[in-house]
Design a protein. Structure first.
Length: 269
């Protein structure tokens, strides 16, 4: 898979993909990330990428000409002829649809994703209309540029690609795992690394030491009773989701046992 990022601050990405899983994926050739300096597509002495907004008001707007030239230089098909099952051009925007794990899963099956980073008041809307397949926002807040959003999308998408994580199942069994991911009753043997799958948040994790600053690791986790560990993990995932993201519970895949547990939790609070 290949990502192309168009930005006025290419140096922003200098070290951001140089760590851990992402660094390894790039080094192993599973993914390629190419950063393009928007100013390379200007033709004036000052390398101008922005201009004042029509209609007045504060701030500047990224001009359409350099952006369209930059996109066209990448060799992606024009919007009308683009096979969106293989490539997608995305505008980072606070006005975009929310980027979620579900969207990351959609992007992870593509061959190429082009990410356009806005700055100032944003990007001339004609670029969106002429070249972009979707606008994505990474959350309900306004950033000063699309670069952080692009990095978030690259990271979250890339770790879903086959071969990127050591264990294929890892990305299915973590927070926001696919709603249809099989959960809870995963047979005998050591429990999977997480039972947060099924659209729930992950459960809490612990490592050594067994006691830290007066807080002990929950006894069940050290006991070796796999069924009890599974039950504990599932219940903690339900508890955490109810506390922090009750909205997720409405769409999650819940068993009868889960539902009863959630009902009990609700009645306690
Ligand atoms: N005037 C815009 C608005 O009110 O929606 C905000 C522009 S923002 C200062 C500049 C750029 O940062 C945007 O063009 C976009 O590329 C990026 N940006 C800001 N917030 C974002 C978010 N939540 N998600 C993704 N990109 C964002």
């Amino acid at each position: 898979m290949r990502f192309d990022i168009i930005t006025i601050f290419p140096e922003f990405f200098g070290g951001i993909f140089g760590h851990g899983v992402v660094k390894r994926a790039i080094a192993n050739g599973l993914v390629e990330v190419s950063v393009h300096d928007l100013r390379e597509f200007t033709h004036d002495r000052h390398r101008t990428v922005d201009d004042r907004p029509f209609g007045g008001g504060e701030g500047m707007v990224l001009k359409p000409e350099p952006l369209m030239e930059a996109i066209e230089s990448l060799g992606v098909a024009t919007k009308g002829e683009r096979d969106t099952a293989q490539e997608s051009v995305i505008l980072l925007s606070a006005q975009g649809a929310k980027f979620t794990q579900g969207v990351a899963r959609e992007l992870a099956v593509l061959e190429r994703v082009v990410l356009i980073c806005g700055r100032y008041e944003g990007v001339d809307e004609r670029v969106n209309k002429l070249a972009c397949d979707r606008e994505l926002s990474i959350g309900d807040y306004v950033l000063s540029g699309g670069e952080l959003g692009a990095a978030v999308i690259v990271d979250a998408t890339m770790r879903l690609l086959p071969g990127v994580l050591g264990n294929e199942a890892s990305s299915a069994y973590e927070s926001f795992g696919a709603a249809d991911a099989e959960f809870a009753e995963d047979g005998d043997g050591p429990p999977r690394s997480t039972h947060g799958a099924g659209g729930l948040l992950d459960y809490p994790h612990y490592t050594r030491p067994a006691e830290f600053r007066g807080l002990a690791v929950p006894e069940v986790l050290a006991g070796g009773d796999h069924a009890a560990i599974r039950k504990w993990r599932r219940e903690r995932a339900l508890e955490k989701t109810l506390k922090n993201r009750p909205d997720l519970l409405e769409k999650a895949e819940l068993s009868e046992k889960d539902r009863k547990f959630v009902k009990r939790l609700k009645s306690q609070h």
